[in-house]
Write a protein that binds this ligand. Structure first.
Ligand code: SF4
Length: 449
């Protein structure tokens, strides 16, 4: 759950990277950073916090100059939010300077790291991304960065959408499975953008060109774009990008996210009908699917729950009292709309079940006659090893309880999940090209640790 961006050959490249990161802030709020290239010299600024909190106009005027830049927003797991783990990761090495941004998670981080340590490498961070820097730096037999990058990515496994900035070039690389998205756009005022999501293209005035293919390396050099297919493409694109991560206005893996979510809602209505008075989304995650459910079923769509958008991250101790009030601070029912009504409530997923339970209680306290939960994805049962910070499987309610038990726990009148088959119908694509591992536990790449 990170975002990456690269801006190649455009004036004020770092400023454009900043705008792009701002539009991809939903993919990570813990830290952000930008490296720019000013006539072959790489400058980096990174810190904890939101993009708008970190960068100032002065940074762009005095430090982040040049016509090439890369950037990153980071989502970190608890206890692992050291500033050292913010990206880009910059290094001076035998052939000059490089800076790297990475979205994804390497499944063989420790074996590779242990091998590098045996060869004398000293690590400064906990990040798997630092392995890539060391693999490149220690590849003494190869005399070009491009050859060293090719050697490095042959040694890493798992999920990686990478952008690498050197003194003269930019490289964009996607792992053979293409777990995480990476798209290329052409900027109207000149040059290219490479970004995790196409929503970044709007703010910088770019037109979508194509996706970086799974297993492909795209090289930006002398104002041109070249391509090398490094690995056979074996697509296993993350289905969760459609369900939850990506912004609805983005096109991910070649499809619009909003349209796909509406289709998921339609399939949900076909597969799991309910006799109800209104369709109510859990905002904002369930809105598009609820619209689809309403369109397909003919049951009116109503915003029966309002969301307070000013509830940010809280650093208050997570006591029971705080946990109880947190949902009420964020979500509030429109009582006169829902009182006495039979509701079908749509959400994108259930993780621990605690939020769903509080929402249902809140709706019943507001007078709802019945609350039927419909989830626009299959039940989440497994961890993700490819860059998504899912909780430990023991904390996932569907890994411990049957659907009936979850229904009883969350105090719903009924509960049902979209099947994998219906989800495939809604994306209108080949099932085998997608990863569903957190639902069916069929992991495309087994982790090595
Ligand atoms: S395990 Fe789930 S979240 Fe992770 S890549 Fe696969 S579908 Fe996406």
């Amino acid at each position: 759950m990170c975002s990456v961006v690269g801006i190649y050959k455009n004036q004020n490249a770092a400023k454009k990277a900043f705008y792009s990161l701002f539009s991809m802030q939903h993919r990570g709020q813990e830290a952000a950073g930008i490296s720019s290239n000013e006539n072959g010299k790489i400058h980096t600024i990174k810190n904890r916090g939101l993009v708008t909190e970190i960068f100032t106009e002065e940074h762009f005027q005095t430090v982040l100059k040049g016509d090439m830049a890369i950037g990153h927003t980071r989502y970190s797991t608890a206890g692992d939010d050291s500033i050292l783990d913010a990206q880009p990761v910059y290094a001076k090495y035998g052939l000059g300077e490089i800076s790297i941004v990475h979205n994804g998670n390497l499944t063989n981080k420790m074996p590779v790291r242990n091998e590098l340590i045996k060869r004398g490498a000293i690590f400064q961070t906990n990040m798997d991304t630092e392995n890539i820097i060391h693999l490149i730096a220690k590849d003494y037999e190869k005399n070009t960065l491009q050859e060293r990058i090719v050697d490095a990515v042959k040694k890493i496994e798992g999920a990686y959408s990478l952008i690498i900035l050197s003194r003269t070039k930019m490289f964009a690389i996607r792992d053979p499975y293409g777990f995480r998205p990476l798209s290329i756009g052409k900027i109207a005022s000149g040059g290219y953008i490479i970004a995790s999501e196409t929503c970044a293209f709007e703010l910088v005035g770019a037109e979508y060109v194509r996706d970086v293919k799974p297993g492909e390396m795209v090289i930006f050099e002398n104002g041109e774009m070249k391509s090398i297919q490094l690995f056979e493409s074996k697509p296993k694109k993350c289905i969760f990008e459609y369900i939850y991560f990506a912004r609805p206005d983005s096109d991910v893996f070649g499809k619009n996210v909003y349209e796909t979510r509406v289709e998921m809602g339609r399939e949900l209505a076909k597969e799991l009908p309910v006799d109800a008075d209104m369709v109510v989304p859990v905002p904002d995650s369930g809105v598009a699917s609820a619209l689809g459910y309403s369109k397909e079923s003919g049951i009116p769509f109503e915003l029966g729950i309002m969301r307070n958008h000013y509830v940010g991250r809280t650093f208050i101790e997570p006591t029971q009292e705080v946990r109880d009030i947190k949902v009420k601070m964020k979500l509030s029912p429109i009582k006169h709309k829902i009182a006495g009504k039979k509701l079908v409530v749509i959400d994108d997923s259930i993780v621990r079940g605690t939020t769903s339970k509080r929402i249902i209680r809140m709706l019943k306290e507001a007078g709802a006659a019945e609350v039927h939960m419909r989830i626009a994805s299959p039940a989440s049962k497994g961890a993700c090893y490819y860059g998504v910070d899912t909780p430990n499987p023991d904390e996932l309610i569907a890994s411990r309880m049957s659907v009936d038990e979850i229904c009883e726990y969350i105090e719903a009148d009924s509960l049902a999940y979209l099947s994998i088959e219906s989800m495939v119908k809604s994306i209108k694509d080949k099932k085998e090209d997608y990863c569903f591992a957190c639902f069916d536990l069929d992991y495309p790449v087994e982790p090595k640790e």
